[in-house]
Design a protein around this ligand. Sequence first.
Ligand code: HBI
Ligand code: FE
Length: 296
Amino acid sequence: MSVEPRRIENQLTDKGFVPVYTTAIIEQPWDSYTEQDHATWSTLFKRQREILKGRACAEFIDNQERFGMAAGQIPRFEEINALLAKTTGWQLIGVEGLLPELDFFEHLANRRFPVTWWIRRPEQIDYIAEPDMFHDLFGHVPLLLNPVFADYMAAYGRGGVKAHGVSAEALVNLTRLYWYTVEFGLIRQDGALRIYGSGIVSSKGESIHCLESDAPNRIGFDIKRIMRTRYRIDTFQKTYFVIDSFEQLMEATRPDFVPIYAELATQPAYPAAAVLETDTLIHRGSGEGWATDADA
Ligand code: HBI
Ligand code: FE
């Protein structure tokens, strides 16, 4: 599809300048997707599913199957929404791309997940700087079928709306929580490390790097530690935080964050690669049966 999404401005965030689009809700123009769009979906879907065998958490693949997501063609939002309506009550809405943060938080608080309606061009197949439909639909949507994670995402949205009224620093703290859980989170399952973060599962290189490289730190989940830790958007993550369960995430959002924001406002942030004595370092372990990069 040749239609270029309309950019309206660049928003300065602590991720630097990010393109921010209109906040309009757009019906998925499924009939206008070209053969090339479907082929891009198919290439990415097959490649990532191969790499994620033994790497992604169990719920991720199971839920893609429950949605009937397949390589053959781009899924229809209306079919995804029919199952979500009967289970966790989430709905997908089509958008141009990144939304201003308050709009984004309000959607999450109301169980609406914004999904970019366009898919990347073939020349962007290995990397795109902003969330396209593949990142959102393949990466974020499967876990919205998990009741506890679905509740976490709605609680996160409510927290985001509140934080927006507290301060810009509170927003930065909360954005770090999203980054190190929803986008780049790892989970321990049956004693092994698995991926649940959407930014990882939609990335070929990082799906391998996050579990098998000796470079990054892997630290046990600690909400204040996360909120104080900067992150990088231009490289693989220097640090991954590891949860034991989605319930652990949900529990972490129960307390009122305002006192935490106040405490953190008096303390400096940590660089992305920092390791503290108080950190619980997690060993990466070895994964049996991982498809290697060469296989992918
Ligand atoms: N908008 N469409 C869209 N998708 C996102 O993931 C998104 C966003 N706006 C803001 C945002 N994410 C970040 O600020 C989150 O880290 C909170
Ligand atoms: Fe995302």
